[in-house]
Design a protein around this ligand. Structure first.
Ligand code: HEC
Length: 111
């Protein structure tokens, strides 16, 4: 029985997210973006609205987004071009991660 309940809950959720507004879908995008940055960048950069970077010479993302528009950053990441990284491995984000990263970086700018 719980299976059926879970299914109908899912169906209801799906209906809500698909029907209404972009505002509802946005946190999901943000989350994906944050996850993409967390797994690849967070060991050196602070990726959140506060806190220090684990590597003191890596600027926190909340400062980086003030210098570079999120769209430009995401584009560089998509192409695997990221300058200013002495000992950083090359990162290429999957196309489906890019929108999330832009959304997440924009949300940092809004703080
Ligand atoms: C191994 C540590 C490390 C990782 C992992 C890392 N970075 Fe960096 N990053 C640095 C350091 C150190 C700097 C500062 C380099 C400098 O100023 O010479 C930097 C600087 C930057 C800058 C500023 C470049 C500039 O021109 O001012 C951007 C943007 C950036 N990182 C993005 C990222 C993104 C996005 C990721 C994840 C995909 C990432 N970094 C992962 C260490 C890292």
């Amino acid at each position: 029985m719980t299976g059926t309940n879970a299914l109908s809950t899912l169906a209801a959720l799906f209906a809500v997210t698909t029907c209404c507004s972009a505002a509802l879908a946005e946190p999901t995008l943000d989350d994906k973006g944050r996850h993409a940055l967390e797994t690849r960048c967070a060991r050196c950069h602070a990726i959140g609205p506060e806190g220090k970077s684990p590597r003191s010479d890596a600027p926190p993302f909340r400062d980086i987004v003030k210098r570079y528009p999120p769209e430009d950053l995401a584009e560089s990441l998509a192409e695997g071009i990221m300058s200013g990284h002495p000992d950083m491995p090359e990162f290429v984000l999957a196309p489906e991660e890019i929108d999330g990263v832009v959304a997440y970086l924009r949300s940092l700018l809004a703080q």
